[in-house]
Design a protein around this ligand. Structure first.
Ligand code: PNS
Length: 160
């Protein structure tokens, strides 16, 4: 039986921390769906289609595209997507206790809704301080985001 996992998030934009989790998850599961989901609680920097294309580019550049699908979801619950593609697991990166507190209620709700389990994965500590919101802020104020994001994202944010 093929083990499919979904790595969901806003990915606005994808960071090196996200990429690290995607790469680790892709080594454990047969197939990974990186799912860009619009989070209404956050003010977006990039359109969803742009986020998808930057993740695709970053995965290609990193050379680990084999079992990874990148797509987006806007028509319902995250677990509806999981059910549709036959994924029984959601993978989320956890940088700190703050992330655990943020992710735990969502993980429990997703399990209650559809029996989809969430696995928390620890990224490389080198990325522990990296977040999309920090990148959005630094980029918005003209700072260099190259140390925090894949090259494709840094190029896009710098040159459009
Ligand atoms: O990167 P983010 O913004 O922390 O990701 C949060 C996201 C998009 C994964 C979460 O908001 C989500 O799952 N949204 C989809 C709607 C949904 O299923 N909500 C109920 C379960 S929490």
């Amino acid at each position: 039986m093929s083990r499919i996992a979904v790595v969901p998030g806003s990915f606005d934009p994808v960071t090196l921390g996200h990429l690290d989790v995607i790469e680790r998850a892709a080594k454990i599961f047969d197939q990974i769906h990186v799912l860009v989901v619009h989070n209404p609680a956050k003010t977006a920097l990039l359109p969803v289609a742009q986020r998808v294309s930057l993740i695709e580019r970053a995965i290609l550049d990193a050379g680990f595209e084999g079992n990874i699908i990148v797509t987006s979801w806007s028509v319902g619950l995250l677990v509806d997507y999981c059910t549709e593609v036959g994924a029984s697991v959601i993978v989320k990166g956890i940088r700190s206790q703050v992330d655990v507190a943020y992710e735990t209620p969502m993980a429990i709700v997703n399990r209650n809704l559809a029996g989809v389990e969430t696995i928390f994965m620890l990224p490389d500590p080198a990325h522990a301080h990296v977040s999309s919101s920090l990148v959005r802020q630094v980029a918005g104020l003209g700072g260099d985001v190259a140390p925090y994001v894949p090259k494709a994202v840094a190029d896009f944010l710098q040159n459009g």
